[in-house]
Design a protein around this ligand. Sequence first.
Ligand code: ADP
Ligand code: MG
Length: 539
Amino acid sequence: MSEVESVEKFRALSPSEFFYRNREIAGFSNPARALYQTVRELVENALDATDTHHILPDIKVIIKSENSEGLKTSTASVEDSEGYEGILYSVQVEDNGIGLPPQHVPRAFGQLLYSSKYVLRQSRGMFGLGAKMAILYGQITTGKPAEVITSQILSKKIYYFKVSIDIASNTPIIHEFSIMDKSNEWHGTVVKTYLIGDWQRSKQKIYDYLRRTAIIAPYANIFFEDPEGNIVMFRRSTEEMPVPPREVKPHPYGVDVELLKRMLADTNTKTLLEFLVREFQHIGELTATKILENAKLKPNLKPSELTLNDITELMRSIKTFKIKAPSGKHLSFLGETLIVLGLRETLKPEYAAAVTRKANVYEGHAFVVEAGIAYGGKIPSVDKPLLLRYANKIPLLYDESADVMRKVVDTIEWNRYGVTLPAQLAVLIHICSTKVPYKGVGKEAVADVPEVEKEIELAVREVARKLKSYLARKAKEYEEAEKAVTIAKYIPDIARSLHILSDSKFSQENLEKELLQLLNKKLTMLKIKALKDIVVEVS
Ligand code: ADP
Ligand code: MG
């Protein structure tokens, strides 16, 4: 060993400082990506605050290029290592959601890893990072705090906060605070952040993001004003909303020693038996008794009295019992009608179909996979199927090649389903779960979890079969139509012969008309355009 003493310096990082140093892992890697990510995180929060609570979303997104006056010149424009140069923008997102209780606003927006979504309920947010990362990135690139205006549904007040993050201590700094009386029924939240962004380089992605959000949330109104002054309105095409997600208790197969320990410490139940029955999904008294017998634990033991050994034993015992899989009833998926509607409205295809699979389970988490398919019409011809990826109703736009959804779509032999690539083909995949297995906190790609991969494949194949039968039907109808066109050519001859055969009892003209009508009727039954159109097309 060397004689020299180690001079390593040790210290701890606060979560804010960690994410300040590693902001790219949450999607804030450069001014373009940061602008996109800011819009995305704020829109996600806006949607979570509305549709999750069965409110038809009315969302307003405004990005403005701000005059950099009042900013230190050094931060008015930054160039990063990839040569991205940004300028000052403000991003404002307003929703008509449930609003926030004022006492939670400072931490919800000024403390990383503070969230109301750390519960077993499907939501877009799950890490407790999104809004804070946008604010953090904003404050480090512009020095400006964020502004939040919020009012809850039954509240008579509107609250205003100017907030930023103390990075070293991961605590909120409140710069301004005021309360106003509310004279109308407005409820919801407005969040405004300032950042150095790059609109030109993120424009396409931001539009894509909003367009894809409109596909998966056809019941939302989304107003967008871009920094060039263009205004786009993604109008709702239906008022029908999916059933909102519900919070559930953990499934026994989803717990580990740590979670079990925490649940035992937090529970209000008096006995171990009661704890198992009340705090978990799908454990009845009989199963609970057996689990405890198997673990050699007394049913009337107080939950707080268990030793670490007891807890490990209890967990082992739980996992040896066959327990009904989580049902997925608490999940909020879109359903076939809404997916088809979304695809039709936005892609204007010739054909669209969708399937929603039954719930399945991975590591104790229920999940539902839905798939949609759109073909022809205004979809551009592509070498690989255009893929629209969604997780908990969030469009995923980056890291497509790392996503298990892309992997599955690329392994499908499309010609088995009547499609020869390149083709005008789009596939939509949506996974919803109380815990989506994302590859990173930026929530851009779904990991290759075998159960999930399998379900995705089954969903895509199922919906591809629908396309296949549509294409087969269409081919058959064309065949019939072609036959009809051939027959139609002989009609004048046949009519003339019949006219002669009938000793001129029937006029040739009437016979021709009737024969054509007969043929047309058959084609109408096949849902093919009237014969005269086809004849015109052919001649
Ligand atoms: P996450 O969405 O992962 O929970 P965020 O940092 O994006 O993390 O948001 C933190 C919390 O702030 C949310 O859990 C939510 O309770 C609250 N919140 C953020 N935006 C809104 C909003 N527009 N309306 C209501 N609540 C919001
Ligand atoms: Mg969020």
